[in-house]
Design a protein around this ligand. Structure first.
Ligand SMILES: *Cc1c(COP(=O)(O)O)cnc(C)c1O
Length: 376
């Protein structure tokens, strides 16, 4: 048996430790300092969004985004169903009601038609939704043109969940830069990582100033501790921001490496009937955070994605089913859903293959060898 092959593991460059050492040398071991400021500047430069707040997680960023939009008890928030639970959980933190929108086949992301259907239904019931949360799953840009047009027509703000899509572009513009607010994640499994962390980005400076205020316990300007708002402890540590600054220097390289994984798998597996890949539209550029396949048992002699997953696991290779949609999650059993279960079918057939930027050629060949074994 070979070494364990992970789905997506952290991949440090050369400069991370230098930035962290600097924080130690200057004793800025706090949720503020040169690395926090520097990392925010780097994110703004990379995404082209003028204002950023780095935070303890992407989840915290979504929570603060909802607060900026005034989402409160019993408000409706429209959220992509096919996503990680962190896209939706902060809606519940605010006491608001998530309504889940199905995916379309092309990008696997929010279906604009279902989005409009949901909006129309809630608007005619006198309950206009407060926000829309589309997601760029696995780094693949959602159909932003249509989603943004609909959002503009009904004047509903968009929180763009780009947690998986740093380095992806749509019409040559960075994912995360399209919504009224964008969120990024630097969790351990993402394309770049600070071990844990996230960012809120926006063109609206006052929102970012307010997010920084709320994320550091909402301390009013006073010599004593004075509070006129409920605050949060959501700011990013200056140590972790140092890792982030180092990671930004290798981000484009990481995108190249992940895209090269995708090309490798696609070429190696293209002969196997019943295995297909997540397509990329011509106006879209995916960071290919994770390479995902769909396995159609009707064309594979009954071999399912679960058969592949278990076979890989026997050789200590980690793969994982696609995200289980929120409308199928026990915790959201009572939530409304608009769609025809496109996302449910993707979940049934889909598998994420090992996709780290630090996989060796030997690792990639081993994954492909094991998959091909099942099909002889
Ligand atoms: C990772 C992720 C998040 C949450 O980010 P954290 O930094 O882990 O809190 C949100 N949405 C999606 C789609 C994600 O993949």
């Amino acid at each position: 048996m070979g070494n364990k092959i992970w789905l997506s593991s952290p991949h440090m460059g050369h400069a991370e430790k230098t930035f962290v050492d600097e924080a130690f040398a200057t004793n800025w071991i706090a949720p503020l300092g040169a690395n926090v400021d520097g990392f925010e500047k780097d994110i703004c430069a990379y995404t082209g969004v003028p204002h950023a707040a780095v935070l303890s997680s992407g989840t915290a960023a979504i929570h603060l985004a909802l607060i900026m939009l005034g989402v409160a008890k019993d408000d409706i928030v429209l959220c992509q169903s096919f996503t990680f639970s962190a896209s939706a959980n902060p809606i519940i933190y605010q006491g608001a009601t998530p309504v889940f929108i199905d995916s379309e086949q092309d990008t696997w992301n929010m279906d604009p038609q279902m989005l409009e259907k949901a909006i129309q239904q809630y608007v005619s019931a006198g309950k206009k939704p407060k926000a829309i949360i589309p997601v760029h799953l696995y780094g693949m840009p959602a159909k932003l043109d249509s989603i943004l047009q609909i959002a503009a027509r009904y004047e509903i703000p968009v929180i763009e969940d780009a947690a998986e899509a740093l380095g992806s572009t749509y019409n040559n513009k960075a994912c995360g830069s399209f919504g009224d607010l964008g969120i990024l994640s630097f969790n351990g499994n993402k394309i770049i990582t600070t071990s844990s962390g996230g960012a809120l980005i926006s063109e609206n400076e006052s929102w970012i100033i307010k997010a920084k205020f709320l994320s550091t316990q909402a301390r009013d300007h006073a010599p004593h501790y004075q509070h006129s708002h409920i605050g949060y402890n959501y700011r990013m540590s200056n140590i972790l921001a140092g890792i982030g600054r180092g990671q930004m220097l290798v981000l484009d390289e990481r995108v190249k490496q992940r895209r090269s994984n995708y090309t490798f798998y696609q070429t190696a597996l293209k002969e196997i009937p019943g295995i297909t890949f997540q397509p990329e539209a011509t106006n879209s550029f995916s960071n290919r955070w994770l390479t995902c396949i769909l396995v159609d048992p009707q064309k594979t002699n009954g071999i399912t994605r679960e058969d592949i997953r278990l076979h890989l696991e026997k050789d200590t290779i980690e793969s994982r089913p696609l995200w289980k949609p929120m409308h199928l999650q026990p915790v959201f059993a009572g939530a409304a859903f608009f769609g025809t279960d496109v996302s449910g079918k993707l979940f049934e057939k889909g598998l994420c293959l090992p996709s780290g930027s630090n996989l060796s050629d030997a690792d990639l060949n081993r994954v492909v060898l094991r998959i091909k074994e099942l099909f002889v």
